[in-house]
Design a protein around this ligand. Sequence first.
Ligand code: ZN
Length: 376
Amino acid sequence: MTARMTTRSSAPVRQSSVRAHNLALVLDTVANSADPPSRAAVSAATGLTRATVSALVDDLIAGGLLTELDPPPRTGAGRPAAGLALTAAGPAGLGLEINVDYLAACVVDLTGAVRQRLTEHGDQRPAGAAEALAALGRLGARARLAAEADGLVVAGAALAVPGLVSGGLVRVAPNLGWQNVDAAALLRSVPELAGLPVTVDNEANLAALGELRVAGANPDFLYVSGEIGIGAGLVIGGELYRGVRGWSGEIGHVTVYPDGRPCRCGANGCLEQYAGQEALAADEPLAAAALGIALSAVVNLVDVPVIVLGGAFVPHFARLRDGIETELRRRVLTSGLAPVTLRAAGLEVEAAVRGAADAVVREVREDPAGWLRRTS
Ligand SMILES: [Zn+2]
């Protein structure tokens, strides 16, 4: 009696958090199994009882997160067990990207497969934030409707922008000419996206997370995104380092030539004046040297072993490589001990929009209980 009285207020909370934890554990176990596991195999892998696993699996199936595959043909004694897998017809993430010269939308399902992909090319600067984001919202709405016609449920959207983001606001996006833009609110003004949870993040951060998913094996790298501007995402131990105020990664404004070309930010000789998309097309050797100088500073400071060049750098990679590596060898103190690995991104130009869609999917996968609450 005493025990019941003392636990009365906390027990429901504790039970629901244990259930939330176990739902995530079961989902994660299925997602990371090489072959579709049976309920018994999930029980063995997690240490949960078979009855508990079965109840959790039933909830995950009812919520559209797992599916039970038909058992394999009978080969010996006993009844073969059905295998569990993430469903390709459940919740999905809508990734959106605005950059200086294009808009992009993509839908990724729970298994990580890209199910819709739309791009619109065109200069986004003259339109201004409200009009450009409304156009992106309409593109996103088309992707969402097509995905939902295909049996998916879009759980949320994430927007990639080439700028500094904090508290959901785009504080400054110099190459778009934006300041203090409530991008999520403007996207939701498109009727088909009203009510959808929308998060906003820096494009290089989302591209780095997208690359992490593809790269898989290496959890420590600097992702450098080449567009009109240049941004970077630093991933250490599989986690994105965002900086104390969330504004890290502005490698485009690292000084490479102090008395050099004026930059839109007000300084002189910033990397993006030599290796941004337009400068890159004009002079590859100069771009390679500037990249090598800026990247050497990063490697000397944070000791990151792998550099991944993405976005506009990908088609130029073979011709940039030597020039960048020459500077790295000259300037990185430890280059004789352990050379820095330089490679092109696996996802090319779609990394940020894909990373954005993945971010939504990852949230559902990490908190399936939250998704079940939303759909019940
Ligand atoms: Zn600058």
